[in-house]
Design a protein around this ligand. Structure first.
Ligand SMILES: Cc1cc2nc3c(=O)[nH]c(=O)nc-3n(C[C@H](O)[C@H](O)[C@H](O)COP(=O)(O)OP(=O)(O)OC[C@H]3O[C@@H](n4cnc5c(N)ncnc54)[C@H](O)[C@@H]3O)c2cc1C
Length: 454
């Protein structure tokens, strides 16, 4: 039976503002997109439903950057630079950035404190004169015609308002804006399966001396506990690692599913509600086990984040969909606007499967084509971040923060170029975008020298 509906009468909506560029979503992609557009001299607004920036990195308690680095023929390099470097420097100045740490002996990641990330991102956007509208939930669009967005509708405490712009950038992670505008998209593996979400949490009160390298011993302790029948875990491959202060560790341990065993769907309100509640229950169960690990006996849950961590929902279909083969084959593209050095990280039922390009034989990173950012069917829209144009497999890699910063910077810069040329993003000269990105300090692959250092 179709759901019951009610009629909402048409109404006049106050115009919040008229912008050249409007960015929906303040995660890594949105931060970089807004900064790049503003640095290109464009009047830019970033709209975010929470009262802080960082996306999943803060709102879902991720507290760890992946994908900034690549393992290039056995040597580590930080490849994602440009705006990401400006943000990292600010986080570091606040004392909130760890040194990079090795994952699976093959690739680096870098942990951070969420408070420092939030403050650093505020500072960066305000230094670049980006206008920010917090506590505003994007809720729909008004179109000029089939191919052009006129305004984004947002729900705020002051009621529904409209934001008009010449170019929109969808960095919502879920492809909300692109879907409302009528761009085609896929969801998960197209068979109802998505990467499973997790409820992150952090523990404090750990004895760092006694805990030592507990991340190495925890998987075996989990197996032992399951064999003894004292605990049952939602997934293998738990990630439990120290933050900047060794008394505090982040825990990436949970996995949220529906009754039919499939992943909680981040586009369904009832699924999300269940995921939040089950996620907190799983966090408590994980904590009870972790308290049995040496050094963790006196620990306590210091933080459960504002929301469940969603890895994948809509992926907008653009001019090219980055695939798993592209990631494993370290693909090159003539229209490259950035790179991804993170492997495929597939969150399947009960486990996490990593697939790396050959190491050290390969250069360890793929390029990201500009076409990934150009949704089909809508002319004044770019999309960046985890909802950009990728296959389910490609997204399992390039959804992490590093590639999202790179995509965001490219999208914001492309919007700037399109506006200066009085054209649409699809029609800009890609070479000009590539030049601009390199001048801004970004690494886009091609014939550019691989940056040295971490
Ligand atoms: C549990 C978990 C662990 C992870 N671990 C890591 C890790 O260790 N390292 C790593 O680099 N990556 C990790 N990731 C992946 C990474 O965090 C995300 O893929 C990345 O943050 C995506 O960036 P984004 O900017 O595309 O989107 P998001 O980070 O999802 O940001 C989207 C933003 O848009 C806002 N938004 C969405 N819809 C609307 C709307 N309608 N109106 C207004 N605002 C809206 C959201 O509030 C959010 O701030 C993890 C993800 C999860 C879920």
């Amino acid at each position: 039976m179709p759901p019951k509906t009610i009629f909402e009468p048409a109404r006049q909506i106050p115009l919040y503002g008229e912008y050249e560029v409007a960015v929906l979503g303040g995660g890594p992609a949105g931060i970089a997109a807004a900064v790049a557009a503003a640095r290109a001299g464009r009047r830019t607004l970033l709209i975010e439903r929470y009262g802080f920036l960082g996306g999943m990195g803060t709102a879902a308690g991720v507290t760890n950057f992946c994908g900034l680095h690549a393992n290039v023929h056995g040597e580590m390099h930080r490849l994602v630079r440009g705006i990401a470097s400006d943000l990292l420097a600010r986080i570091d100045r606040l004392g909130g950035l760890n040194a990079p740490h090795l994952i699976l002996g093959k690739i680096l990641a870098q942990a951070y404190d969420t408070a420092a990330y939030k403050i650093a991102a505020d500072d960066l956007l305000s230094a670049c004169k980006v206008d920010i509208l917090f506590h505003a939930l994007g809720a729909g669009v008004v179109m000029h015609d089939e191919r052009r967005i006129n305004a984004l509708l947002v729900e705020t405490k002051a009621g529904r308002q409209a934001v008009s712009a010449r170019i929109f950038i969808d960095c919502s992670g879920d492809g909300d804006l692109a879907a409302w505008a009528g761009a085609p998209f896929e969801v998960g593996d197209n068979e109802g399966g998505m990467l499973y979400p997790s409820m992150m949490f952090r523990l404090n009160g750990i004895d760092p001396e006694r805990a030592g390298d507990a991340w190495r011993t925890i998987p075996a302790l989990m197996e032992k506990a399951e064999a003894a029948g004292t605990h049952k875990f939602p997934r293998k491959s738990a990630i439990v690692r120290p933050q900047r202060s060794g008394i505090e560790w982040r825990v990436n341990f949970t996995q949220l599913k529906r009754d039919d065993g499939r992943a909680i769907n981040g586009l369904e309100p009832d699924d999300l509600t269940r995921g939040e509640i089950d996620g907190r229950r799983q966090a408590v169960a994980a904590f009870e086990f972790l308290r049995t690990v040496p050094g963790f006996e006196k620990s306590y849950i210091v933080d459960l984040p504002p929301q469940l961590g969603i890895r994948e929902t809509r992926r907008v279909i653009g001019g090219y969909m980055l695939s798993g083969e592209d990631v494993l084959g370290c693909a090159s593209f003539e229209d490259s606007v950035g790179v991804n050095g993170w492997p495929m990280e597939v969150h399947v039922a009960g486990d996490v499967i990593f697939k790396f390009p050959p190491i050290p034989e390969s250069r360890g990173f793929n390029e990201l084509p500009y076409r990934m950012l150009l949704p089909q069917g809508v002319d004044n829209l770019l999309v960046a971040g985890r909802c950009a144009s990728m296959t389910h497999d490609g997204q399992s890699a390039a959804r992490v923060s590093g590639a999202c910063f790179a995509m965001g910077e490219a999208a914001g810069s492309a919007a700037g170029l399109a506006l200066s040329g009085n054209t649409i993003p699809r029609d800009i000269a890609v070479e000009k975008l590539q030049q601009a990105l390199q001048q801004q300090g970004a690494f886009i692959g091609r014939d550019q020298k691989v940056p040295e250092g971490l």
